[in-house]
Design a protein around this ligand. Structure first.
Ligand code: COA
Length: 201
């Protein structure tokens, strides 16, 4: 599907305003659908955020208390304001299996004057589904959308833990490289420029 445009009806605009994610972008890959994240999705996410491995991978500074739907919703609200929050749906089962946010750069160290820069927090909730290529499929689709449709200059996944080889492998497998090491090398920021993205196409 395509994003809402100026030629869309007023009704379409209202829909953009009314859903939780504040956008109406629907994207598709061979095995996945990416749809606007919905309020009800936070309840689905909670049990996975209570798994330490997933929580630590997603939250640089995990909360002491068990994660609740309200906690995730607050974080989700902030993300939705800064970009395009998606739920990842497995086509075969119809199950919602994760989240991703194409997010405008919100960290000073990632901003570059005159450039449109986006980051992409992503999580496949169920670890039984890790390593099946779903992460790469979703990222490839969102990265292409960001470069080709939104016209970004640089795509910069941030805050990747040095202890998260799976995430690092994901970004490297798509041609990204380490832009900087943070916190004495405990955290890595990745990036790919438009020029490198075009070369890889
Ligand atoms: C990180 C995450 C999104 C990756 O998605 P995924 O579906 O598990 O990964 P994929 O199967 O698409 O694999 C992507 C690449 O990483 C490689 N890879 C996968 N698991 C790996 C592992 N444990 N070690 C090394 N490489 C690995 C794959 O081989 C693939 O590279 P290739 O195409 O060159 O073979 C997913 O594992 C996840 O949600 N993890 C928990 C949350 C998280 O870490 N989010 C990122 C925070 S920065």
């Amino acid at each position: 599907m395509r994003p809402a445009t100026d030629r869309d009806t007023g009704k379409e605009e209202i829909r953009r305003m009314q859903n939780f994610a504040g956008h109406n972008l629907h994207l598709e890959t061979p095995r996945l659908r990416l749809r606007p994240f919905d309020e009800a999705d936070f309840n689905l996410a909670v049990p996975f955020y209570r798994e330490p491995e997933f929580l630590n991978a997603m939250e640089g500074d995990p909360p002491d208390e068990p994660v609740t739907s309200a906690y995730l919703k607050e974080a989700g609200k902030a993300m939705a304001k800064q970009g395009f929050l998606f739920a990842i749906v497995e086509k075969a089962s119809g199950r919602t299996i994760g989240e991703a946010c194409l997010q405008w750069m919100n960290l000073d160290r990632g901003r570059i004057a005159g450039e449109k820069v986006m980051r992409l927090p992503i999580g496949i909730w169920d670890k039984a589904l890790w390593g099946r290529g779903y992460g790469k499929e979703a990222v490839r689709c969102l990265m292409a959308y960001a470069f080709d449709e939104m016209g970004i200059d640089r795509f910069c996944p941030m805050d990747v833990s040095a202890d998260n080889p799976r995430s690092q492998a994901l970004w490297r497998s798509l041609g990204l490289t380490v832009a900087r090491e943070v916190d004495g090398g405990k955290v890595l920021d990745f990036e790919i420029t438009r020029a490198d993205y075009e070369r890889m196409k």
